[in-house]
Ligand binder design. Structure first.
Ligand code: HEM
Length: 530
């Protein structure tokens, strides 16, 4: 019963399920960094960084300070304010943030992105055998939380108490640690007391938890039980820091043996435990339903006025390859006028191309992008459309009416990308982004205010910050001849630290408020100084 658009899930759905996108927008290459779960060589000692392992460790360290009885902490991205603590050594947290900050927005909190990082990492590292159901809705912390990430030199009693605070009993603690330590390892640069670094080489001696660093599998348990493990937290030179040894034996070795006995059991246990881990959030947070790939979703819809009083309407429809057949299907758009009258059908059979779903098996379908365009009279205008697929993936004709009222798309208020641009300038060594937007407004006399609204972080120097809206009043430019449309323009300029988060245009009046929300800067032509 998904209805487009949905502010809570559309952006998260795009980032998670639309990898290798033909639009090449930020985030569409995220999964490629953990593709095959392979590490990136760091030096002759064989040390390497496995980004998937870093993403998973980031999600755990962020969650590990939760207090489930108090209903506080959990996945809230507070880790970004806590990286100078002794319990959080290493590059993992800032590197994970580096990957995901490009898609951080009011519709995709950093904590939702850290949860997604764990989902993608484990999905990719297990080659699609562990698909953690993903929900959105997490809320970012505005500052540091309490400390309390478990550390390897602590004793079993403190680990048991710490996991109990996070909501996991002894059995679940053993399971969660085994799942986490299935990929990656201990880095000499972060923990020289556990994994000594060769002196003066500048390299990172990394010792993996098991022999399959690039595979999310039960080897970590198998090798531990078989007593031939290389896990530095189980049999490292320093007995004090053998936390995995103490934890895996916390119940006499029962659970770790079960995990060692069956990889299927290990994988299903980890799916459950890691889902619980990423869904550990403050009590005040309400998570969305599980986000699934959406079968039919409009994308980048544009309206441009022509000189002769008509409107050129074009856009893309993203269709899952489980719904349409890239070779056979024919796609048609049925637009409706402003008054609800059916307008001539537009064919959308030309394919812009395919996006490869998720980059790893079992995550979601690939998508086919169909292009359409049509010309309508400005007097008729447009309010919505429905989509018809002939010869769909099942060989039938199917209609998509977006829950009954069609896909909303209105010429009441639209940015005109061909008349908009973005520029970059440097003043006193500070780089500024400027966004110049021209918008098409119907019956402008009905509105008392038409504003360009940019979401910007309140605190430009913090790694993450609550958002605030920076508003610019747009001014009338000219009437579009032969129509009731008027062009409005507005310019917004700020230090580039304010980012290029999608922008809104909102027209408010006594009779109504209309808006065009979350418009991507990617669609705005760039004029950058060399
Ligand atoms: C008592 C609990 C735990 C302790 C004491 C502990 C300790 C450690 C230590 C010392 C490292 C090495 C980090 C580095 O050198 O950068 C590490 C790595 C890692 N931990 Fe844990 N850990 C615990 C639980 C968990 C849990 C529950 C998870 C996730 C579910 C997890 C996921 C990871 C991952 C993926 C790595 C590899 C990071 C990389 O290769 O860059 N850990 N852990």
């Amino acid at each position: 019963n998904y209805v487009w658009p949905n502010e809570e899930i559309d952006e998260l759905e795009r980032i998670l399920f639309e990898q290798d996108s033909i639009f090449g927008q930020p985030g569409s290459d995220l999964a490629s960094f953990v593709s095959g779960c392979s590490g990136f060589g760091d030096g002759p000692q064989g040390g390497e960084r496995n980004f998937g392992a870093e993403w998973l460790r980031t999600a755990y360290h962020d969650m590990a300070t939760a207090d489930v009885n108090a209903g506080t902490g959990g996945l809230d991205a507070s880790i970004l304010f806590e990286t100078d603590r002794p319990e959080n050594p290493g590059k993992a947290f800032s590197e994970t943030f580096g990957f995901f900050s490009a898609v951080h927005s009011p519709r995709s909190s950093m904590s939702d992105l850290f949860a997604m990082a764990a989902v993608i990492a484990v999905g990719s590292c297990s080659n699609g055998k562990v698909i953690i159901p993903y929900r959105g809705g997490r809320v970012d912390a505005a500052g540091p939380g309490p400390s309390g990430v478990p550390q390897p030199q602590e004793d079993l009693a403190s680990h048991t108490a710490s996991f109990a605070r996070q909501g996991f009993d002894v059995t679940e603690m053993i399971q969660l640690v085994a799942c986490g330590h299935s990929i990656g390892g201990v880095h000499g640069v972060d923990f020289p007391e556990i994994v000594p670094n060769p002196p003066n080489t500048g390299t990172d001696n990394m010792v993996t938890f098991d022999t399959t660093n690039n595979d999310f599998d039960n080897k970590v348990a198998k090798e531990f039980v078989a007593n031939n493990t290389q896990n530095p937290l189980a049999f490292g030179q320093n007995e004090t820091t053998r936390s995995d040894f103490r934890i895996f034996n916390a119940d006499g070795g029962k659970v770790i043996s079960q995990l060692a006995d069956s990889n299927d059991y290990f994988l299903s246990t980890c799916t459950t435990m890691l889902e619980r881990m990423i869904n550990t959030v403050p009590r005040s947070v309400k998570l969305t339903d599980i986000i699934k790939p959406i079968a039919v979703k409009p994308r980048n819809l544009f309206i441009t006025p022509n000189a002769d009083g008509t409107l050129y309407v074009n856009g893309f429809i993203r269709i899952a390859n489980t719904t349409a057949d890239a070779n056979k299907s024919q796609v048609f758009i049925h637009p409706k006028s402003r008054s609800g009258k059916l307008l001539p059908v537009a064919t959308a059979t030309t394919k812009k191309g395919m996006s490869g779903g998720c980059d790893y098996p079992n995550c979601g379908p690939d998508f086919i992008f169909y292009m359409f365009n049509t010309t309508i009279s400005a007097e008729d205008g447009i309010s919505s459309f429905t989509i018809e697929i002939q010869n769909d993936a099942a060989g039938k004709t199917s209609q998509f009416d977006n829950g009954g009222s069609g896909f909303p798309f209105s010429d009441a208020l639209q940015p005109l990308f061909s008349l908009s641009n973005q520029t970059e300038s440097v003043v006193d060594n500070v780089v500024y982004n400027q966004l110049n937007v021209t918008a098409l407004v119907l019956n402008a006399e009905d509105f008392s205010d038409i504003s360009l609204i940019i979401n910007v972080p309140v605190n430009l120097t913090a790694p993450i910050s609550p958002w605030t809206q920076s508003k610019v009043s747009m001014k009338p430019l000219s009437k579009v001849p032969g129509t009731n449309h008027t062009l409005y323009t507005g310019s917004w300029k700020a230090a580039s630290a304010a980012g290029t988060v999608p922008f809104d245009i909102v027209a408010t009046g006594n009779k109504s408020t209309v808006s065009s929300l979350f418009n991507s800067w990617d669609n705005v032509p760039q004029f950058f100084d060399e």
